[in-house]
Design a protein around this ligand. Sequence first.
Ligand code: SF4
Ligand code: F3S
Length: 106
Amino acid sequence: TFVVTENCIKCKYTDCVEVCPVDCFHEGPNFLVIDPEECIDCTLCEPECPVEAIVSEDDLSEDQQHFLKLNEELSAEWPVITEIKDPPADAKEWEDVPDKLKHLER
Ligand code: SF4
Ligand code: F3S
């Protein structure tokens, strides 16, 4: 499966959602997640993210491992998103900011 990681938080560009053939993206207030049960590993979404937040499960670094569980957990709670929408107005300012997990809204 592919996993949405920290850099998506407060950026949420949503370019990723339109290419997914199996609609596995779910949207929260300031982050998206992939449903690992639905993802077919097609790889299409990975290059779409302008902040490189989408990572294959196999390529997760040690400190990104916990995002797999988080994607699984939140995809069960959040609704599916299939269409691109405008990112937050301040998305650019949040690109590559470290430790964004504390800003995750549920
Ligand atoms: Fe969807 Fe393919 Fe990305 Fe999985 S790898 S989330 S199936 S676009
Ligand atoms: Fe997030 Fe990147 Fe998609 S910022 S919403 S994973 S395009």
